[in-house]
Ligand binder design. Sequence first.
Ligand SMILES: [Zn+2]
Length: 116
Amino acid sequence: MSGGKRRVTLPAEFHRLIRQGAKVLIIEDLVSSGTTVRLLTQLVEDLGGQVVGIGALWRRTKKAQIGGKEIFSLVSRDFPTYPPDSCPFCKKGVPLNQEFVKRKEHRKPSSAQEKS
Ligand SMILES: [Zn+2]
């Protein structure tokens, strides 16, 4: 987690859909702290929309509600995130799994191009 303030933006294409009184269902792939969903809910409401529900594929926190709305999720399993200095696994000497850790310089984006 970085110390920066999280910011949520809504692409312009959505603005015409979220009018006064429009019913909006927020679906996320992964909900961790819930900050993104909370900001998105606020943004929708600021635009006049009404958030009627929140769904997620995976909710990885114990917290099941955001702004009084229950999060419906297909998978709910608590996977806590620890700051490095208070990680219980580091304290026990459990090594970090590097399998999915790749340094930025080794990452290459995939692309496809239309043939002319
Ligand atoms: Zn650790």
